[in-house]
Design a protein around this ligand. Structure first.
Ligand SMILES: Nc1ncnc2c1ncn2[C@@H]1O[C@H](COP(=O)(O)OP(=O)(O)O)[C@@H](O)[C@H]1O
Ligand SMILES: [Mg+2]
Length: 495
């Protein structure tokens, strides 16, 4: 059926869908924040760990320096003790032992001096080195020669060198104390870092679950709830309730989806109504065609006999017969129209709507003569269809308009193309369509005219639908009704 090719679907009450992809933005934002919080927590923990590692290394270094200082002190004491033993024994062995202790002291002083950072400590180290040099010089220059000579001066000189040892001891103690202070500072640092890291972990342990709970609640509100509403609406429609509407006007994808869904159900409803209408017309048409076909023959015979008696001398009888003939002609019109309802479109060619309208207008002017209103035409368009049937549609619309406008009124026919369809608008200056009639105009046999058949618009719409077009009615600019016939545009001619 041609009406199923009807592609232009008019949707009432649905504006252009606004596409705001805020759900995607919200999801991305929520996951980004979660990721950022997680990375921040990780970074803080890594930093704390690195800091603790550095502090541990510093503590180890300080401990080694403390060990070196302790060993240096005892090496210097040993140096002095070996000097004393050499004074007593003055043997080669004691001298070697002294030299070994001295080498130890020198090595330890070099090692410790290289590792100390503190300026005071470095100054004290210089004083230690100085005192140690003095100690050695006293031994080399005074104690050792006297001891080798077995001179009693050796013991005295050795006794006089002791203050150098006390200087070393004093400075080593100072270095030692400084190292201990630094150790205490580092240890406190370790405790502080650990405490800060733990505190932060505690805060995150509370904040992350709170954030996740909030995000889940928020997302379920903005995703799960609209999804539930959408699915309820879809379920209602699939259960057959085409009037179901989804009430969701959020400015996001769900709102857009709901709007499109609502537009879709409206379109389906309209399409269904059209189908029902056209099926109804076809049904009536088939039934009526059967009846009409049977009535046609007796009607022809009746009209034949009536025409034979036109010139009867009995004026009264002739008048009654003329009235009977009129009514019989009316029956014939009804029968012809009923036959139209089920007649298929036979031809499909490019139809010049302007030319066809002009020809219909001339015919109408002749038919109505004095009763014809001012009829004007404008515009052109080519439609695809059956010229004879489209002529009938234009005739019905223009005749109705002329009847509504009356002899003193105006009818304007404007032709053109819009939204990929050919259009003919027929407006008149009549009284318009009463609101209570508007829904029934296209029903077969609906008429408000004393001698009307009520089939003109029903037949016209059946023909329009059969072409894949339609007819609708609204208030026109001339004060009366405006009927708009839409048809497919003529296909491009291939050469
Ligand atoms: N141009 C019009 N202005 C006002 N009413 C109209 C117009 N065209 C049609 N109608 C209304 O629609 C009814 C049905 O029209 P139609 O199907 O052509 O049957 P009929 O003309 O035989 O009454 C008319 O009786 C009239 O009430
Ligand atoms: Mg009519």
């Amino acid at each position: 059926m041609a009406s199923q090719q009807h592609r232009h679907v008019e949707v009432e009450g649905a504006g252009p869908p606004t596409r705001v992809f805020s759900t995607r933005r919200r999801l991305v934002a929520a996951f980004s924040v979660a990721l950022a919080v997680f990375l921040l927590a990780l970074a803080v923990q890594v930093l704390a760990f690195r800091r603790m590692e550095a502090t541990f290394a510093a503590l180890k270094e300080l401990d080694e320096q403390l060990q070196l200082a302790l060993r240096l002190e005892s090496a210097v004491r040993e140096q002095y003790a070996h000097q004393g033993l050499f004074v007593v024994e003055s043997s080669r062995l004691r001298l070697d032992e002294y030299l070994k202790a001295r080498a130890d002291s020198l090595g330890l002083m070099a090692a410790l001096g290289a590792r100390l950072k503190d300026a005071d400590a470095l100054r004290w180290m210089a004083e230690i080195r100085q005192a140690n040099q003095e100690l050695d010089r006293t031994f080399q220059e005074r104690v050792a020669p006297a001891a080798e000579r077995r001179d009693g001066v050796a013991a005295t000189a050795h006794g006089l060198a002791y203050p150098h040892v006390t200087v070393v001891e004093d400075r080593v103690d100072k270095v030692f104390a400084r190292l201990r202070e630094a150790t205490a500072v580092r240890q406190q640092e370790l405790v502080d870092t650990e405490r800060t890291a733990l505190r932060l972990l505690g805060v995150l342990a509370v904040a992350i679950p709170l954030f996740v709970a909030g995000a889940v609640a928020y997302l379920s509100r903005s995703v799960a709830r609209p999804l539930a509403v959408l699915s309820r609406g879809a379920a209602a429609v699939s259960a057959g309730d085409l009037a179901a509407r989804i009430d969701l006007d959020t400015p996001d994808e769900f709102g857009a989806l709901a709007a499109e869904f609502n537009a879709m159900t409206v379109a389906v409803r309209q399409q269904q109504a059209r189908l029902v209408e056209s099926e109804k017309l076809a049904g009536i048409g088939r039934l009526a065609a059967g009846v009409a076909h049977e009535l046609n023959n007796p009607l022809q015979v009746m009209l034949g006999y009536l025409s034979l008696n036109r010139d009867l001398p009995d004026r009264r009888l002739a008048g009654q017969l003329a009235a009977t003939e009129d009514e019989a002609l009316r029956c014939k019109r009804i029968v012809e129209n009923l036959l139209e309802l089920s007649r298929p479109t036979v031809d499909s060619a490019a139809v010049d709507l302007r030319g066809l309208s002009e020809s219909v207008a001339s015919g109408l002017r002749v038919a109505l003569s004095q009763g014809c209103p001012d009829l004007s035409l404008a515009g052109t368009a080519q439609a695809q269809g059956d010229q004879a049937r489209l002529r009938q549609v234009l005739f019905n619309l223009m005749r109705n308009a002329a009847e509504a406008a009356g002899p003193a009124g105006r009818v304007v026919v404007s032709i053109g193309a819009r939204d990929g369809q050919a259009e003919v608008e027929v407006s008149d200056s009549g009284a318009g369509v009463a609101p209570e009639c508007r829904g029934r105009l296209f029903e077969p046999f609906f008429t408000t005219k004393a001698t009307g058949t009520g089939l003109g618009l029903a037949v016209s719409r059946a023909i329009a639908l059969d072409h894949g077009g339609d007819i609708d009615v609204r208030d026109g600019a001339l004060g009366g009704a405006q009927f708009t016939l839409r048809l497919p545009l003529a296909q491009e001619r291939r050469t």
